[in-house]
Design a protein around this ligand. Structure first.
Ligand code: AMP
Length: 175
């Protein structure tokens, strides 16, 4: 039986990507392993199975991988939050500063509503800028509740501290 430690061992460290000084946590080595993919999916789904989630919101791009798997398993819909200019219909947006640059994310204006229980998902929590923007964007829709989930978290960057204490934030793997 595979453990969380085995899962962690499947994530590859890539030094100096996408720029010098960043130690990139590459989840593709975990995804290509059938047991790794299965365990990651199972653990993410178990955690949210009984929370009444109605929309899983995946953050571009790596939030689009496990996001739909979790959505389907917990009986929710899937919503993409994307880089500017990618979504075809009317959007709302938020800007943010991340570990290596400034960026903007967008979501369709009709993607979330106030009856939703939202799970925001991305592969990794670094400084938290990306997810904080996603959180602010989701909050504008005034949903019943917002949960936040990651595959991995770089705890030493303290990204969690950006969020209000009552927001439940979870990561399968911690560094
Ligand atoms: P942040 O806004 O700093 O929390 O950055 C999170 C976003 O950037 C996520 O979408 C990650 O995929 C990506 N990211 C930032 N730092 C890393 C890293 N060291 N390894 C892998 N992905 C990263």
């Amino acid at each position: 039986m595979m453990t969380i430690e085995d899962l962690k061992a499947l994530v590859r460290d890539v030094p100096d990507f996408p720029q010098k000084g960043i130690l990139f946590k590459d989840i593709t080595t975990m995804l290509k392993d059938k047991e790794g993919l299965r365990l990651a999916a199972q653990l993410l789904c178990e955690r949210y199975a009984d929370k009444g989630i109605t929309k899983v919101v995946g953050i571009e791009s790596r939030g689009f991988i496990m996001g739909p798997i979790v959505a389907e398993k917990v009986g929710a819909g899937f919503v993409p939050m994307r880089k500017p200019g990618k979504l075809p219909a009317n959007t709302v947006s938020e800007s943010y500063t991340k570990e290596y640059g400034v960026d903007t994310i967008e979501v369709h204006v009709d993607a979330i509503d106030e009856n939703d229980v939202v799970l925001l998902h991305d592969d990794l929590l670094a400084t938290g800028g990306t997810m904080y923007a996603a959180y602010l964007l989701a909050k504008r829709f005034n949903p019943k509740k917002i949960y936040i989930s990651f595959i991995a978290e770089l705890e030493f960057l303290k990204g969690r501290e950006l969020f209000p204490a009552d927001v439940e934030i979870d990561a399968l793997i911690k560094y």
